[in-house]
Design a protein around this ligand. Structure first.
Ligand code: SF4
Ligand code: MG
Length: 324
């Protein structure tokens, strides 16, 4: 299959201002040199604790945030090179579904108006046509046309997320960046929304970047999974390989903390010491070295290279350095 998205050496640094005159006194390396690709029709799960840079990564793909450095090749075009106007048109192809469906829907607009908006922005001029598309979209996400005249507060959390998904689908995107789309929902509702996303993927050949803070959530929906820590990619592999034989000590620790029923390796719970360090003052060397149960010689001083340690299985860890 073709590659739809190829991200290389992507960085996002935010300046920190301080002092009397608001001078820049430092920077937060929210995303620090990550690379990955997503094939057409595939789901890549992107996992990590809050502040690891996964949402920042997702937002850069739509250029809702401007990358500090790196390339984002989508369908053969480097998005970082597009003008604002070209990028506005490109948003037809890449859409986002947000964590909090309530905050992302205008409370004063009816569902019909919410779903018509992207159609208007992307040039569907006929009112008739838009109404027809709204009906179609509501049906596609399991709602009905009589919902069209209602307001967001009249819906449950799960229904609101369906509306958020319908809005993302309105202009027939190829890639959907879903940023923790089920984290705010009850567990019983989560499965329904995940199933819907999977059905839509099959029906429309969609490609997903699925962001989550928990390895359990992305297990079934992802073809491959990437694990981030403090702005860096720690491990990336086929789902099965990642869950059954993780290579990176951080992934091992995350997996040991999440009960995932059909993961074969049964490990003891690995309790990490300390908290995630501040991204404004990240550790030298391997970003995980202060908490890593397997920390050794050069972990504190040398950043490990993110490299292929088995076919299709990538990790950034000195455990996989060539023996001298
Ligand atoms: Fe642990 Fe060292 Fe590997 Fe980092 S590089 S994960 S500190 S063993
Ligand atoms: Mg987030």
């Amino acid at each position: 299959t073709e590659t739809l998205l190829k991200v290389e050496n992507l960085k996002k640094f935010f300046p920190i201002h301080g002092g009397l005159f608001g001078r820049q006194v430092g920077e937060v390396k929210a995303v620090d040199d990550i690379s990955f690709y997503i094939k057409k029709g595939e789901t890549l799960g992107l996992v990590g604790e809050s502040g690891c840079g996964k949402s920042t990564t997702g937002r850069m793909l739509l250029r809702l945030l401007e990358p500090t450095q790196g390339t984002i090749e989508f369908d053969g075009q480097d998005l970082t090179k597009l003008s604002k106007e070209e990028m506005r048109k490109m948003r037809k192809e890449i859409q986002m579904v947000f964590q909090d469906p309530f905050a992302s829907l205008n409370p004063r607009h009816t569902v019909e108006k919410i779903l018509e908006e992207p159609l208007i922005v992307h040039g569907v001029k006929s009112k008739e046509e838009r109404k027809k598309r709204v009906r179609e979209l509501l049906e596609t996400v399991g709602l009905s046309n009589w919902h069209a005249k209602r307001y967001p507060h009249q819906f449950s959390g799960g229904q609101r997320q369906r509306i958020g998904i319908a809005r993302a689908l309105a202009v027939h995107p190829k890639l959907i960046v879903a940023d923790e789309p089920v984290s705010a929902l009850d567990v019983s509702i989560q499965a329904q929304v995940l199933n819907l996303l999977q059905d839509l993927q099959k029906e429309f050949g969609l490609t997903y970047l699925f962001i989550a803070h928990d390895l359990g959530v992305v297990r079934h929906i992802s073809d491959r999974v990437g694990v981030m820590y403090l702005g860096q990619m720690m491990e990336l592999a086929d789902s099965e390989a990642l869950y059954d034989s993780p290579k990176h000590p951080y992934t091992e620790a995350l997996l040991s903390a999440v009960p995932i029923p059909d993961v074969h390796v049964k490990k003891e719970r690995i309790v990490l010491k300390g908290d995630v360090p501040s991204p404004a003052n990240p550790p030298t060397g391997c970003p995980f070295h202060l908490r890593c149960p397997k920390v050794m010689g050069n972990c504190a001083s040398v950043r490990p290279v993110f490299k292929e340690v088995e076919p299709g299985h990538y990790a950034a860890c000195h455990l996989y350095d060539e023996q001298m």
